[in-house]
Design a protein around this ligand. Structure first.
Ligand code: GLP
Length: 265
């Protein structure tokens, strides 16, 4: 795992956007794993800006989102499908047929989850998986006790997650109780993982995820097992990291990061 600390949320999102651009430019057929949530909004708006300014080409790439609420129609403004259509898919030249999210209204949810795994495999697996982190340490909707080898399935949401996502629904009692999510094992199969967290409210869980022991209680800790995982945080989210000084030194001195040092500066 490598940890990159940027001065603020905007610079952290800029770095993540530039890493995605670099991968997409090197491989136009990139299979991109996507995440939702407030943190990602800024990454998507930066990708849209870069697409407009540089003609960054999404036409050959395909996407797989981490998760979707059970019971929400794709055109429901609170669904992740709607979020993705509005914030990214309609604003760049990705082929809509190559964008994938689990169908929250599938009549057979287990079959839908199996089909989602099969679709990822058919596209050759995920090259780059973008990740946020919930305040309880989940990636996707892999709530506490998610098996570290789990695959796409239905998960019941914890009270913490329901509370965290309530602003999108108006109140906690309107948040769906279940979601379909890629499993921890599905995420670990991605060739590269890229996690973004910003703000002081993520500082505690980032320290646990990056420097704490691996545990199914905090699914993000499983990323420590991944051979190529980059965690990008701002100063606020880095506030409780023991090794912050070392991580900053790596970013400032290692040649592989030289082209990114000015990102968002
Ligand atoms: C939801 C999503 C997660 C996301 C998390 C963080 O729970 N299912 O994939 O990482 O929100 O959201 P935010 O960026 O709003 O803190």
């Amino acid at each position: 795992m490598e940890v990159i600390i940027r001065p603020d949320a905007d610079a952290a999102a800029e770095l993540v956007a530039r890493l995605i651009v670099k991968e997409l430019s090197a491989n136009p057929h990139l299979v991109l794993g996507l995440a939702t949530g407030r943190t990602m909004e800024s990454v998507f708006s930066k990708l849209v800006r870069i697409h407009r300014e540089t003609k960054l080409d999404f036409s050959l790439c395909s996407t797989f989102n981490l998760d979707e609420y059970v019971g929400l129609a794709p055109d429901d403004p609170r669904s992740y499908r709607h979020y993705m259509n509005e914030r990214l898919f309609r604003q760049v030249n990705v082929d809509p047929r190559n964008t994938h999210l689990p169908n929250g209204q599938a009549s057979d949810l287990d079959a839908e989850c199996r089909n989602y795994e099969a679709a990822i495999a058919k596209f050759g697996g995920i090259d780059l998986q973008l990740l946020g982190i919930g305040q309880a340490g989940h990636i996707g909707f892999n709530e506490p006790l998610s098996a570290l080898r789990s695959r796409t399935r239905v998960k019941a949401l914890t009270p913490t997650t329901i509370k965290q996502n309530a602003p999108f629904f108006g109140s906690e009692d309107r948040v769906p109780r279940r979601a379909m999510t890629m499993g921890v094992g599905t995420i670990l199969d991605a060739r590269r993982c890229l996690l973004l967290a910003t703000g002081s409210e993520k500082a505690y869980i980032i320290a646990k995820a990056v420097e704490g022991p691996i545990t199914a209680m905090i699914s993000a800790t499983a990323l420590q097992l991944h051979p190529r995982c980059t965690v990008v945080v701002d100063d606020a989210a880095a506030g409780q990291l023991q090794g912050a000084e070392y991580y900053r030194w790596i970013f400032e001195n290692e040649p592989e990061w030289s082209e990114f040092r000015a990102a968002g500066a």
